[in-house]
Design a protein around this ligand. Sequence first.
Ligand code: SAM
Length: 204
Amino acid sequence: MKKLLGQDNFPGSHENSAFRNAVNLAKLAVKRAVIAGDTVVDATCGNGHDTLFLAQLDGIEEILAFDIADRAIENTARLLEENSLSERVTLYQENFKLIPEYIKKPAGAVMFNLGYLPGAGLETATRAEDSSLAIKSVLPLLRVGGVLTAVCYPGHPGGSEEARQVAGVMNSLDQKEFEVVEMKFVNQINNPPVLMVVHKLKGG
Ligand SMILES: C[S@@+](CC[C@H](N)C(=O)[O-])C[C@H]1O[C@@H](n2cnc3c(N)ncnc32)[C@H](O)[C@@H]1O
């Protein structure tokens, strides 16, 4: 198949899928935003895939990864270890509502991959109110040019209310200060995930 212009922007794509899924779109937004020396945050490290992605980015100075579940912290630690990247990341077993207490300088990217820990039960799922509060509290800590990504999963119980509340936070942001986009695979069945990306345009 002929290589498409810009195809390098879609690492690992299936040859027939340019975008793959909402999390991959979030990663593309992060890749585009980060610069050398940045602090970046994974708010929900889960099984560690998004943290690993952040740890593999060149030039990032500091990577903080959070999750409330001990199993998530263990799984992420193991994945980083297997990839010899443990020393690149500081892991915190902590509620993401407390992230502002840990960020020392404005962040280039903060990733929220909401929902439940894959392989665990629904009881591990993020909750609408906590997620909205956490996102709201982190936005002032983005550097100009930085992004916050939020992937919501309306397909599981509580997920559509969470997506609605997170969208409420996004919709209330001043367009002079933040650019916000929402993306989803509109022709997929069963309530596909929704990606929201906030890009900070100027200091508040
Ligand atoms: C979809 S998973 C994240 C997937 C992960 N990013 C990965 O790459 O595997 C959502 C995670 O959010 C975590 N979580 C739920 N409530 C949380 C909270 N209040 N603070 C931090 N993490 C939370 C869950 O334990 C779960 O691991």
